[in-house]
Design a protein around this ligand. Sequence first.
Ligand SMILES: [Zn+2]
Length: 354
Amino acid sequence: MASRFLLLTFIFIATCAQEDVDETMEAFSGYPDPSHEIHQIPSFTVDSLNLQKQIDEVASFSDSPPPSVTRILYSHNDVVARRLSASTFIKNLMGLAGLFVREDAVGNIFGRWEGSEPDVPAVSTGSHIDAIPYSGKYDGVVGVLGAIEAINVLKRSGFKPKRSLEVIMFTSEEPTRYGISCLGSRLLAGSVSLAKALMQTVDNANISFLDVAKSVGYAENEEFSNVFLDEKSYSAFVELHIEQGPILENQGISIGIVTAIAAPASIKVDFGGNGGHAGAVLMPQRNDAGLAAAELALAVEKHVLESGSIDTVGTVGNPVFCILEVHPGAINSIPSKSHIEIGISPKLFVKEMP
Ligand SMILES: [Zn+2]
């Protein structure tokens, strides 16, 4: 599925490139003027073999065995995939593409191709490389490496942009470690509450976000508000992303355009009940914290199914104990405490495509 996706996305049909002439993407492609004079129509395709090799190499930086990929935020493999590997690291590929590379305090990585009008808001594209436990190798990665290769294609074709083009690798799109999704992009958008919260945030092993960010070379000034970008930084953003579900594949459709935005949120819930010996405390007298959490899990499913939105999803999980964390966690002891984590992605709006 991924290869079809890539090939169809990155076939560029362009007008004859003229040396030393800055072009808009519209003029370059011939869109939207149907009478655009076409002297020659070279077709540009990605170096798909090399791109696949890069994707495979990034997939090797994983905490789980192939073909799965597990790459958790700021883990050794995450850091290696970003910048330590000799041949595949993201910053190096951006540099080889001739981009001006910078990293911010949270590890968002930017590769910029300066346009002839650098003060005009840029056009940006990119994705993430952190990977949920046992994910596939294309999730996020195809949007980062694909974007860099798209820049390479444009350069090979002789395109010279007026607007700057920028590739972004966002830090922690996935909420796996700290329960916060789109962490890097939310900071770029200027989330003051997130910048403050990150000073106190810890993972399930009680490792603070700030400490681990510092340990891998970020958060030098021990703050994150310096990640915020001016709202006029970009005029447009587009992300290439593999389909993570079976809908397009089942329908034999090679590529889709996103028309709705999900608003992922996570909730952590702790229950307190009364413990006791499982063989002696009868059911009517129990206050079972484990079952309370189980009932909440089922209520999440019921609520989502009844929401009327086919795109709204709810998931219950726990990074350590799979579904529920119960204390003391024995078959002969009534749980006195339980912990459950809920992820919700409601559909926010749908915009009709022209
Ligand atoms: Zn993704």
